[in-house]
Design a protein around this ligand. Structure first.
Ligand code: SAM
Ligand code: SF4
Ligand code: SF4
Length: 496
């Protein structure tokens, strides 16, 4: 069977570190971190109501757990936009650039459907296809919906997803519901038009261009109307907010309250990208993006029970693959003629592996966790992973680290941090280490599948412990076990 599995998934037979033969903690007596979990009404590792878990369990953006197992792709069928944001310039195009709004080729609905078939044949993890630009999905509504129709006819199991600024949303809620589109993202950066006027120079609405406060007021009203109409129909809405320091950083608490009151499922606060080279208004006028610490501060200020997305990778409008990887170059239009036919058995086999892996990973986590007796100082642990919920990437091959906040009681995903590959063409690259050390700021340990003596030494000099003792083990259980052996380091750094 293993020859059918994607390379980043390790067969269960390779699990050695955790004794999965011990009795499973499950059912009504289940305990997680010493706390009883609810019985009968919740499901999945994220403790969601069963009907919600059923909708998000294979959506890599709506469930942090799912992003370890499932892939998404964006199809670039929506070039036009009906508003202008000061942070967006869709004219800039680069195949090496990974950020929203960037694409290598724009597609017709038919081309997009062919591309989805080709990717589904190669990537059994594929579960979601989204339209997220390069412009706005609903400013190109006929093409967006035609694309979804074709995909649904060919691959009915694929979830459909769209991203919009919300201006045209109220006009399309009925169609979205009728087409079975269960996931919609709205970018909402303000609920106060005074702040909106600093972000949006103009909108185009009802055959007319609007500017200033009028534009921001219309946009705000349409966003709230669209959000309410979607949630009333049981559609899961994720709200994206771009964090723009000095403009909406303090205001995002109000945005969070407003969108939660209207039933938004998830709030994704994303850092502004404003490199002047991209030619956006903000980039050219010196508006900076937030630091990782500023981003985290705003996320943490949104209240303990706010459901936040912290694992967004701010993908290109033609991204393909697991979050954090982009296999778009393998599926360009000219390569589609070589595409293999889709084989549903490959996907079924993959799903059964994921089901077992998820259950065993959860069990390993519960077995490694100790009930919280005293307040412990959490440590940040960086993980090198290619997916599957395991520590399965060589330190030198990592282009990002997943950061977990860890105590003896649990390991919580906090964010990802991008870096450059340490090993380039088989040689150790000194500049990459500088980037990696910056990315690992505040991190106590790196857990990876393999690391050479030289980088291990460089990390040690920077006060970071690197370990490949947990190679191919589950992330959370390993991080908790590592923490248990290094609590002293936490106490020492807290008192330093
Ligand atoms: C390219 S847009 C496409 C969907 C739609 N037009 C919208 O704006 O919601 C996808 C996401 O990228 C975000 N985005 C675009 N440019 C950005 C930038 N420079 N920095 C951070 N986020 C950005 C948008 O706010 C939106 O949430
Ligand atoms: S709404 Fe989306 S596509 Fe339009 S300008 Fe803003 S970020 Fe760009
Ligand atoms: S941009 Fe964020 S929400 Fe959209 S596909 Fe990428 S990770 Fe998911």
């Amino acid at each position: 069977m293993s020859e059918h599995l994607p390379t980043n998934i390790v067969p269960l037979s390779s699990i050695t570190r955790f004794d999965v033969s011990k009795p499973r903690v499950s059912g009504c007596s289940a305990k997680s971190n010493g706390k009883a979990t609810s019985c009968g009404s919740s499901a999945g590792p994220e403790d969601l109501p069963e009907e919600i878990w059923a909708k998000v369990q294979d959506h890599p953006c709506y469930s942090e757990d799912a992003h370890h197992y499932f892939a998404r792709m964006h199809v670039a069928v929506a070039p036009a936009c009906n508003i202008q944001c000061h942070y967006c310039n869709r004219k800039y195009d680069c195949s090496n650039e990974s950020r929203p709004g960037v694409v290598s080729e724009k597609l017709s609905a038919e081309e997009a459907a062919r591309k989805v078939m080709a990717v589904a044949a190669e990537v059994p993890q594929l579960s979601v296809v989204g339209v997220a630009g390069p412009g706005d999905a609903l400013a190109n509504a006929p093409k967006t919906f035609r694309t979804f129709e074709l995909i649904h006819e060919a691959l009915p199991h694929i979830k459909l997803c769209l991203s919009t600024n919300g201006l045209a949303l109220p006009d399309h809620v009925e169609t979205i519901a009728a087409m079975g589109i269960d996931h919609v993202t709205i970018t909402i950066n303000m609920v106060d038009p005074e702040i909106g006027a600093e972000i949006y120079p103009w909108i185009f609405f009802r055959h007319k261009r609007w500017e200033g406060l009028d534009a921001a007021r219309i946009l705000h009203e349409r966003q709230m109307e669209g959000l309410e109409a979607l949630t009333a129909k049981g559609i899961l809405v994720k709200v994206n907010s771009v964090l723009i320091p000095g403009i909406n950083d303090e205001h995002l608490i109000e945005v969070n309250k407003a969108v939660r009151a209207r039933g938004a499922f998830l709030h994704n606060v994303m850092p502004l990208i404003s490199d002047p080279a991209f030619g956006t208004h903000f980039g050219l006028t010196g508006q900076r993006g937030p630091t990782p610490a500023e981003l985290r501060k705003v996320q943490d200020s949104l209240g303990g029970d706010a459901k936040l997305m912290r694992h967004c990778r701010q993908c290109r409008a033609d991204a393909v693959g697991m979050l954090g990887e982009d296999r778009g170059a393998e599926f360009t239009l000219e390569k589609l003629t070589e595409a293999k036919p889709y084989d549903p058995k490959k996907r079924e086999m993959y799903l059964s592996v994921v089901e077992r892996e998820r259950a065993d990973r959860q069990k390993a986590k519960e077995m490694a966790s100790a009930p919280e007796k005293i307040a412990e100082t959490p440590l940040l642990v960086a993980i090198a992973t290619k997916g599957g919920g395991r520590i399965n990437q060589h330190f030198g091959h990592a282009t990002e680290f997943q950061i977990f906040e860890v105590t003896s009681a649990g390991a919580k995903f906090i964010s990802h941090r991008r870096t450059d590959k340490y090993c380039v063409g088989g040689t150790d690259d000194g500049d990459a280490m500088t980037t990696t050390l910056a990315a690992l700021e505040g991190v106590a340990a790196v857990l990876c599948a393999k690391i050479g003596d030289k980088p291990k030494q460089r990390l040690a000099e920077a006060g970071i412990i690197a370990s490949d003792d947990y190679a191919f083990d589950y992330i959370e259980a390993s991080a908790i076990t590592w923490y248990a052996g290094h609590k002293g380091a936490a106490a020492a750094s807290a008192s330093a």
